[in-house]
Design a protein around this ligand. Structure first.
Ligand SMILES: [Fe+2]
Ligand SMILES: [Fe+2]
Length: 228
């Protein structure tokens, strides 16, 4: 059976497996691009990267909270509530680490430049499957890859404590968010129409997240930007 867009209809599990493979292929290409980039140098770069991470954590918490009231499905609601709590905890952990690194964070506004294009896109999503596909499933898959790169970066500039904060707490929890999203989609992606919505939402959020990363790199010169 073939859907309107020409995709073969798969069962929910196979469909999600295929989407995960697509994401991994995309990341493999991005990885090649990144290794061509100049390496960031100097301990100083950890601080601005952590400040960018604060914005990402806050947006992730807020979008999950924004979706919560009109998400009827209790499992999806639970995923969003858990994510909201985790992302805000990450925010506070990163804030503490910045203070330990000697930063004066009084008056710091993580949204001084407004919400990101990704946040605005996510706000438009209406169905539960699109929200879970774009948020926990796709954005957290990006976070998994970016944070692994960030941990390596922290070690390269000998910031072991920040590396451990990510390796032991933040990184495993972002992976958990992605897994929860994936398991949910494996249950609900049962029709060609739902699969199409999931595929489009995941692809769109990945494209916007990647575009955003490139723009941030251009404007700040920073690489390995950690995500929520
Ligand atoms: Fe997360
Ligand atoms: Fe997070």
């Amino acid at each position: 059976m073939t859907s309107a867009a020409g995709h073969q209809t798969l069962n929910a599990k196979d469909f999600v497996d295929q989407l995960v493979r697509e994401i991994h292929e995309l990341f493999a290409q991005l990885g090649e691009h990144e290794t061509l980039e100049a390496e960031s140098d100097g301990q100083m770069d950890v601080v601005p990267l952590l400040k960018l991470a604060l914005t990402s954590e806050l947006e992730a918490a807020e979008i999950a909270a924004f979706w919560l009231p009109d998400t009827a499905d209790i499992e999806a609601k639970t995923i969003l509530a858990e994510q909201c709590s985790d992302e805000l905890r990450h925010y506070n952990l990163i804030m503490s680490r910045l203070k330990e690194l000697g930063e004066d964070m009084s008056g710091f506004d993580p949204l001084a430049e407004g919400y990101s294009p990704l946040f605005h896109y996510l706000r438009t999503l209406q169905s539960t499957e699109e929200r879970i596909a774009a948020g926990p499933f796709a954005c957290e898959a990006v976070a998994e890859v970016r944070n692994a790169q960030f941990i390596d970066f922290c070690r390269s500039v000998e910031d072991e404590e920040t590396a451990q904060l990510y390796e032991q707490v933040i990184h495993p929890e972002e992976i958990h968010h992605h897994r929860r999203g994936r398991e949910y989609l494996e249950k609900v992606a049962t029709t060609p129409e739902i699969q199409e919505r999931i595929r489009n939402a995941a692809r769109s959020s990945l494209a916007i997240a990647d575009e955003l990363q490139i723009l941030t790199e251009k404007s700040t010169g920073l690489h390995n930007i950690p995500l929520s």
